[in-house]
Write a protein that binds this ligand. Structure first.
Ligand code: G4P
Length: 538
């Protein structure tokens, strides 16, 4: 008798490939209030990750909480608990990466988007694309991240579907293809026609929990479903004829190449259209693919482990200063207690209690696969963008650092606590709370943030976690620009003439702190060999 056995390495590789292929790691983005939290919660309910609605708390910081520090701390507590939500559904391992809703934390969201393989965008049907979504889409476009759109709140009066689709195309700068079509909206909302599966999903409002009825339809245009829809039937048929002629067919390659966005309509609050979205998403969304490193492209199916840090979260307990570094696994299998090379420091490190994220629980895991996010306890060694490998020297690219919008000088408020302030600032910058620049003429430290709220957060955290006191002084700066030049002469000349506005960032790179759009424009015109970037990489 011949017994066929596979070599253990081959078995491991097959297992790795299987695990990689079934992973769906994505982020949900929206403008605040469009329904991101509600949709996340419904997806978790489907996945059995939570049992009751209301378990996922909104991670919004309400406007009134601008100076409410307890609210900020509460927010940090919630966001660490829900920053990654993993669950099993239909044979897939789903990892939802949470993105902060408040625009002052947009930088955090940008970084999280570097760790996802695709994105679901939630739009409020009455409002269309709003500012925050537009900005986040820029990051998706830059990274060529595939996106699916969920138009939410159809149970409320909504804009016309064609108007909404036009708005998406224009504002998100992407072709769209509707995979479901709404029948009415608000009080007259009857449901959607699921163009992907050719069935009618009827919305049946009831006093307790609105219900959904699915009706298979072979040809919606023939009138076979009219009795279910009533007065909305002829509008639906006209709409569908126009839509089929006016929008491209779904094409998975175009979607995966970020050239086409499938669109669904529904109501997250009423759990309507969510299952159709989830089922289609799991079928078409990409599993982890390639990640670009400075040295080469890394494929998820490679057998050696690689990963990068995209987020660092400080412990809320001031007595335990350790932090949690969130690592996205790009390739290979991560194993507990195996030594990995931390590229920036050149040191090998073992992790005895790596954290995995399933549902709302964190637990120690032994292994993890590409697409998974793990949390590594850190005493201050990690920085956002750091790479871990089994030994190969690799530096993953593409963690963007955007020019801050607000700048202030930061000064020590207590001469006896100079060291504490330096350490606190150092740690907070590693976490990516804000960016620190040092003016090249006077050596003063400048903090740049995406929103004014961060200045309060920094002051509060310096005091409570590091026992340091800081003072801010106003500073009139419009943008920070990283520079690249094809002419050494021009760069030297620029540096000399603009020395008052020259600073170094945390990595020692030159940064031009332009005080107005006009001065930036002038600099661009005069120094044509220099390129001024408002986006950098960590
Ligand atoms: P966000 O995370 O994107 O900021 O939005 P969130 O889910 O918190 O939803 C914002 C508001 O919109 C919530 O109401 C939520 O209940 C409501 N909402 C979400 N989806 C739908 C929908 O499909 N239809 C309708 N009609 N409303 C929806 P709220 O009053 O601000 O908060 P809450 O008191 O209900 O929590």
């Amino acid at each position: 008798m011949i017994i066929f056995t596979l070599f253990p390495e081959k078995r491991l590789l097959m297992n790795l490939n299987r695990e990689t292929r079934r992973r769906r790691t994505f982020g949900i983005i929206s403008h605040p209030d469009a329904g991101k939290t509600t949709l996340t919660e419904k997806l978790l309910l489907f996945g059995g990750a939570i049992q009751v609605a209301g378990a996922v708390k909104s991670n919004k910081i309400k406007k009134s909480a601008v100076s409410d520090f307890m609210e900020i701390e509460r927010q940090r507590g919630i966001s660490v608990a829900t920053s990654v939500m993993g669950f099993e559904y239909g044979g897939y391992k789903v990892n939802i990466l949470d993105t902060p809703g408040h625009q002052d934390f947009a930088e955090d969201t940008y970084r999280t988007l570097t760790a996802v393989d695709s994105v679901i965008i939630v739009i409020d049907a009455a409002k269309g694309v709003e500012t925050q979504t537009r900005k986040l889409m820029e990051v998706c476009r830059m990274r060529k991240t595939p996106v699916i759109v969920f138009i939410n709140k159809m149970d409320r009066p909504a804009l016309d579907p064609f108007e909404l689709l036009d708005n998406l195309e224009k504002e998100l700068q992407i072709s769209v293809c509707p995979l479901s079509w709404p029948i009415g909206s608000g009080g007259g909302f009857k449901g959607v026609f699921n163009m992907h599966e050719q069935k009618l999903d009827l919305f049946l409002p009831s006093a307790n929990q609105p219900e959904q009825q699915d009706i298979e339809v072979s040809d919606i245009l023939s009138g076979e479903a009219d009795s279910y829809i009533g007065s909305g039937a002829s509008t639906l048929k006209d709409d569908l004829e126009l839509a089929l002629a006016g929008y491209p067919q779904f094409d998975r390659e175009r979607y995966l190449g970020a050239g086409l966005a499938p669109v669904f309509f529904g109501s997250a609050l009423n759990n309507f259209g969510v299952r159709a979205l989830l089922d289609c998403f799991l079928e078409i969304a990409p599993s982890p693919g390639t990640t670009k490193a400075v040295e080469r492209e890394v494929h998820a199916g490679e057998d050696k482990f690689t990963g990068f840090v995209f987020k660092i979260h400080a412990n809320m307990d001031p007595n335990h200063r350790d932090r949690l570094a969130f690592v996205k696994i790009c390739s290979g299998m991560f194993e507990r207690n195996k030594p990995y090379l931390h590229i920036r420091t050149g040191k090998k490190q073992k992790f005895s209690s790596p954290t995995g994220f399933m549902a709302e629980r964190k637990s120690v895991i032994d292994v993890a696969y590409p697409g998974d996010i793990i949390g590594l306890h850190d005493t201050g060694n990690f920085r956002i963008g750091d790479t871990l490998t089994e030994g190969e020297v690799l530096n993953f690219k593409g963690i963007p650092s955007f020019s801050p919008e607000f700048f202030r000088y930061v000064e020590n408020g207590d001469p006896l606590k100079f060291k504490q302030l330096a350490k606190g600032l150092d740690h907070l910058m590693d976490e990516g709370v804000a960016q620190l620049f040092v003016n090249q003429v006077n050596g003063r430290k400048i903090i740049g943030t995406v929103g004014p709220l961060q200045f309060d957060v920094i002051e509060f955290r310096l005091k409570h976690e590091y026992g340091a006191t800081c003072r801010y002084e106003p500073l009139n700066i419009h943008k920070a620009c990283w520079m690249e030049s094809s002419s050494r002469e021009q760069l030297d000349d620029f540096r000399m003439r603009k020395q008052q506005n020259m600073a170094k960032d945390k990595r020692g790179r030159d940064v031009f702190l332009a005080d107005s759009e006009y001065s930036l424009q002038m600099a661009r015109e005069k120094y044509d060999a220099i390129r001024f970037h408002t986006i950098s990489e960590y």
